[in-house]
Design a protein around this ligand. Structure first.
Ligand code: CA
Length: 221
């Protein structure tokens, strides 16, 4: 897996190199925005980790140009906690995910793995667990071929759980991913979404298990 890291802060770069210093990953680093833009034209990557504030060309512009070229490589943007506008711009420009600095290394790895998985299925994933299918591009979930009537947030919760099927997804991760730019999703709200999803999945052989204090896990019985 080739990961392009575009980041000008040496301490962050060191953390990222450390995170992916394992078999199967090759990390290419570039600190300058313009050179990163050029690299993205001339080389292929499986995922891009993109800082927003960069010398030469900022992250949002790199992303805008990338998507303008119809390049759908998965992009995870890194922003500081107080750079909400950067995050908005990044997501508007077509970022697939974001993390706020300082981030947890395991969280970062999990996000990158899931982006790579999605990227390999052609940008938008067709997820399947048993008879449950989710078309993430068409935003359509079906169970045994029957469409499930789900709200946008319920679909988001389902997608996150399906992406990590058989593994625990923490409430923090769910609330972080679901929280929009202007509203926060509380733990209580997540419990409500999960309980609604459970109703839809009743008697399907697919279960959303609660692991107290840890989170949720979607599994096939
Ligand atoms: Ca920076």
């Amino acid at each position: 897996m080739r990961i392009l890291v575009v980041e000008d802060d040496p301490s962050q770069v060191a953390i990222l190199f450390h995170a992916f210093d394992k078999p199967g990953y090759t990390v290419v680093h570039e600190r300058d925005g313009k050179r990163a833009d050029h690299l993205l034209i001339t080389h292929e990557f499986d995922v891009v980790i993109l800082d927003m504030g960069l010398p030469g060309m900022d992250g949002a512009e790199i992303l805008r140009r990338l998507r303008h070229r119809k390049n759908n490589v998965p992009v995870l943007i890194l922003t500081a906690r107080d750079e909400v506008e950067d995050r908005v711009r990044g997501l508007d420009m077509g970022a697939d995910d974001y993390l706020t600095k300082p981030f947890d290394i395991q969280e970062l790895e999990a996000r990158v793995r899931s982006l790579i998985r999605r990227g390999h299925s052609g940008g938008a994933a067709q997820l399947q667990v048993g008879s449950l299918k989710l078309d993430t591009a068409g935003r359509l979930a079906t169970l045994n071929g029957q469409t499930l009537e789900l709200s946008s947030r319920e679909l988001n919760v389902l997608e996150l759980l399906m992406l990590s099927a058989g593994r625990i997804v923490s409430k923090e991760r769910l609330s972080d991913q679901l929280s929009g730019l202007d509203d926060l999703v509380s733990d209580n709200a997540i419990e409500v979404y999960v309980s609604r999803l459970r109703k839809h999945l009743k008697a399907s052989g697919i279960n959303i298990r609660t692991l107290r204090g840890l989170g949720y896990m979607l599994e096939k019985q």
